[in-house]
Design a binder for this molecule. Sequence first.
Ligand code: 13P
Ligand code: SF4
Length: 336
Amino acid sequence: MTQPIPDTALNAVEKTGFLDIELDPTLDLFAEIEKLKKEKNAVLLAHYYQEPDIQDVADYIGDSLGLAQQAEKTRADMIVFAGVHFMAETAKILNPEKKVVIPDLKAGCSLSDSCPPPLFKKFKEQHPDHVVVSYINCSAGIKALSDVIVTSSNARLIVESFPKDQPIIFAPDKNLGAYINKVTGRNMVLWNGACMVHEIFSLEKITKLKVRHPKAKFIAHPECEEPILRMADYIGSTTGLLKYTQTDDADEYIVATETGILHQMMKASPQKTFIPAPPENNCACNDCPHMKLNTLEKLYLCMKYEVPEITMEEDLRLAALKPIKRMLEISSKAGI
Ligand code: 13P
Ligand code: SF4
């Protein structure tokens, strides 16, 4: 049953993006969240970039493809999405009949924001003979303008499913697009977007780290810029990076992606050392400020009161559903 929400807290959600209700500090949030999952038949899906406490209480932790696949097949009545807005929105697009809640509605994504639908529509009109392949890190508006969606796990596979002479627009990540162009020998037209976290790594500091840790492997997410990727021993999605550290025989890794993934790497291989690749300045810029807006407290409150909820116009949902379904079908046929 949904709990009644204090009016002031509900009114504030529109402005703040989350429920701000004071909690008793003695409350065991882990136990309470488990209780709410059962009471509401809710599934808690979390991305690897969430803070460790949220990962530890999740039913499933994964990369963007794994999370979309879980959202597609869940039988739960409510999906609690501990990730950013475009991920929860994808879950809603796949599950119009289910309630999808997110701890903080303002957990956005710089990459998604770099591609506003009205501008992208004009860009698309300038390339009428191109198909549109969009990275899942985009809004429902961009998905609705796309022919197929990809993630960093399946981008290569899906791009290669088109004939070599098929002109393609790739949006919104220019770094992932350039990487896929390089490995497939394509010449896709790239939208000029990027992720604020993956663009901040310092080539110089990573080079110095490699000198100090000569046996460490350097692994990177394909949202990183080309000079960083050129140095990498392995390039892959968050799931790909995690699996690599589990199967590879090195003892040390320098990891160029958001720091949240290190939690699962350390859990899976406690005998190994994981060093986060350093950013340009001394900020904590390899922590995604959007992902980290979600906290255990906000997570508990959104489950308890079922607010904030992801909602969407049905026309937009149906238009965005088509390219997502196409991605899921191609991935499933390929066994990923
Ligand atoms: P994956 O988890 O799909 O590798 O994506 C990384 C990312 O930046 C998500 O926002
Ligand atoms: Fe977006 Fe980058 Fe944060 Fe992922 S890490 S949610 S791509 S800003």
